[in-house]
Design a protein around this ligand. Structure first.
Ligand code: GDP
Ligand code: ZN
Length: 458
């Protein structure tokens, strides 16, 4: 089979010691040979070897670059096609010159994600692994990186494949009963059907439980700081941002109407939402209106509710407690360096089971405890374990939710004594939905859409 040869810069843009231009396709070696001059022509060297030499500009016959060229023949490559990687000096000028040379010699510029797309289309990786590559590119903390790596190694795929196999076997039994009613050696009784489906449902549920943590790792824990004017919201924001490494956000294609800042608090990526509101107008409610600010609060994963130790509890404070009822809240009593005017026992009552932290942001006291409390809230117990297969992709989560629903329908149908062929429709649908996660039953347009999210050169 012929594969058009594509090329792209596959190292990050900017100043690095070396940069790599990668070619993949049927003519990768031939195209590189048109430019490369070294001891041996590349088409005569062994696969998976690296060679020193120079690139010669065919128009001027002058040396354009000093390079190391790796040659890997398919199918033992990432794309399963022939791959040539040209290592050149870092820096935009030289790497762009190399790219330009290979394009002039017959390669086509790769579309975003096209290398990974080929790996998928050539059967090298499945869809969930391909998506993990996107996550990897965007991973904001080391922990998020590990989750993406796990997924790339196919943990989720293995789990999903197992569940699909179970469903397939169930369907097969049902089929036997429909097609050969006289063959009653292993009749699919209502109880057996129920227990098999329940088993799969339980597995899906437990995957979904990890999904929340996965989403947080991937997108950041959306966090809103609330409190009356002057209690110390800006001070809190500043100390969180300054004491922690701010995470640079460069997620392409996401326009948001809110200003956000990312910080990494002990492995939890906090996405501090509406920081503009805190920094500029000081008053979220005034700025975006009561209704919208309430909505925004409801969408948050975490609320940091700040109170003033040096002031009495007001109705406004109490209203804030009401507004965040039922959410994950950490109550922060600030300005403990000043006199106690706040009724702490009353605050404890309002805080109920939520953690309460005292701080003096002025003296930089209490921020450590706050950070500890944040990480405990989200990585309590086993969730921290690296063995967990987090589902961190919202498309996967949606498909798993749908799968769970169709399985519930199937179970309901069995209970209601519906004919087995009716139940079979729901089971087959579940099998298809799970298949979409690993790309077994997806349509072309979905694939195109997914791969277009990749960065160039991956
Ligand atoms: P915001 O209106 O809620 O954003 O509050 P700010 O962070 O702007 O703080 C209001 C004032 O309180 C500023 O003058 C801060 O320097 C001061 N402040 C903040 N934290 C503390 C603290 O722990 N102790 C004292 N004494 N003053 C503080
Ligand atoms: Zn302020």
């Amino acid at each position: 089979m012929e594969y058009e040869t594509i090329a792209a810069i596959s190292t990050p843009m900017g100043e690095g010691a070396i940069a790599i231009v990668r070619l993949s396709g049927s003519e990768a070696v031939e195209i590189a040979d048109r430019l490369y001059k070294g001891k041996q022509a590349l088409n005569s060297v062994d696969s998976h070897t690296i060679h020193y030499g120079h690139l010669i500009d065919p128009d001027t016959d002058e040396v354009a670059e000093e390079v190391m060229v790796s040659l890997m023949r398919g199918p033992r490559t990432f794309t399963r096609e022939d791959i040539v990687e040209i290592n050149c000096h870092g820096g935009l000028v030289s790497v762009n010159r190399v790219l330009e040379l290979v394009l002039r010699s017959g390669a086509r510029l790769a579309e975003p994600g096209e290398f990974t797309k080929r790996a998928f289309l050539n059967g090298r990786i499945d869809l969930s692994q391909a998506e993990a590559v996107i996550d990897l590119i965007r991973a904001k903390t080391d922990r998020a990186m590990n989750v993406a790596l796990n997924q790339m190694e196919g943990r989720l795929s293995t789990l999903i494949a197992k569940l699909r196999q179970q469903l397939l076997e169930t369907v097969a039994h049902v089929e036997v009963n429909i097609d050969y009613p006289e063959y009653d050696a292993e009749e699919m009784t209502q109880n057996l059907l129920t227990s098999q489906l329940k088993e799969v449902e339980e597995e899906i549920k437990s995957i979904l439980i990890t999904a929340r943590q996965g989403k947080i790792l991937r997108e950041g824990l959306s966090t809103v700081i609330v409190g009356r004017p002057n209690v110390g919201k800006s001070s809190l924001l500043n100390s969180l941002v300054h004491e922690n490494k701010a995470i640079v956000t460069d997620v392409p294609g996401t326009t948001r109407d809110v200003i956000e800042e990312y910080v990494n608090v002990r492995g939890v990526p906090l996405r501090l939402v509406d920081t503009a509101g805190i920094r500029e107008t000081e008053d979220l409610v005034e700025r975006i209106g009561v209704e919208r600010s309430r909505e925004r609060l409801k969408q948050a994963d975490l609320i940091l509710l700040v109170l003033n130790y040096n002031d009495e509890l007001t109705d406004e404070d109490k209203k804030l407690f009401e507004a965040v009822a039922g959410m994950d809240v950490i109550v922060i009593v600030n300005k403990t360096d000043l006199d106690e005017k706040l009724d702490l026992s009353k605050v404890k009552e309002l805080a109920e089971e939520h953690p309460m932290i005292t701080t003096s942001l002025k003296n930089e006291e209490g921020v450590d405890e706050l950070e500890k409390s944040i990480s405990e809230l989200f990585f309590a117990g086993s969730v921290e374990s690296q063995d967990l297969t987090y589902v961190s992709n919202s498309r996967h989560i949606a498909l798993l939710e749908q799968s769970r629903k169709t399985l519930e329908d199937a179970l309901g149908a069995v209970e209601a004594g519906m004919p087995v062929d009716m139940v079979q429709i729901d089971i087959t649908r579940t099998w298809e939905l799970l298949g979409e996660i690993i790309g077994d039953t997806v349509s072309d347009s979905l694939i195109d859409q997914l791969f277009s999210q990749f960065c160039l050169g991956k």
